[in-house]
Ligand binder design. Sequence first.
Ligand code: KMH
Ligand code: ZN
Length: 271
Amino acid sequence: MEKLIITVAPVGAEVTRQDNPNVPLTPEEIAEEAVRCEAKGASIIHLHVRDAAGNATQDKAVFREAIGLIRQRTRLIVQTSTGGAAWMKAEERLQPVELKPEMATLSTGTVNFGEEVFYNPPPVIETFARAIAANGVKPEIEVFDTGMIQNALNLVKKGIFQLPLHFDFVMGVPGGIPGEPRHLLHLVETLPPGCTWTVAGIGRSELPLAVMAILLGGHVRVGFEDNVYYTKGVPAENNAQLVERVTRLAGELGRPVAAPDEARRILGLAK
Ligand code: KMH
Ligand code: ZN
């Protein structure tokens, strides 16, 4: 098994300071959190940014500032979101890809997202995929339900992406695939050989699915975007605390964590 890649998703688009008073919001706060998370074992940062009022934005200028600070202070792989928030228009969501980050997400299907709809019809998926490929960015396919794997493989058939692809199973979103072990096994079995995957369990499914991924040879995403608690009813102090727990568990289970440059090799990013 390869070493474990830990992605931290510290900001998200929906989480607020009411949910957890320690959510980093400004580029400076996000960069400080990135430093803490790298020190505890993260090698990828899944990046959303906020405007001056603390609301989700896909503004390229804010992404540029945050990415600049993260790059100055860490070796983390920066993975920008193209999902943004469910209420955003597609053109708005795609902006950060123009900055040519090392990675960007691509959600390959529409899904109910709590009370909203995260809308990704086929033409949007294809436009995003072509932009990601044209900018030389490595995609992470965000899978909220099983059919989204097939939709991603269709992009390979069309020659836009090449195998092996890297997937993120986002499990436990109300409206998406439930965050249960049997569903993770099914998703993993559905992937073509050679693909890599990580799991982002939402809320209380974060920890059990992380442990399964450690054991199965997958990778793990944690952070306030997915879960703001350390244990039931107890808000995490910061994102680094969630990263540290995964590093500790992985060590106990005999799976050391990858440093950023090792993650680059595992994901085929190393030049
Ligand atoms: N905020 C969600 C609607 C991504 O970052 O690529 C979508 C999302 C996925 O977070
Ligand atoms: Zn996201």
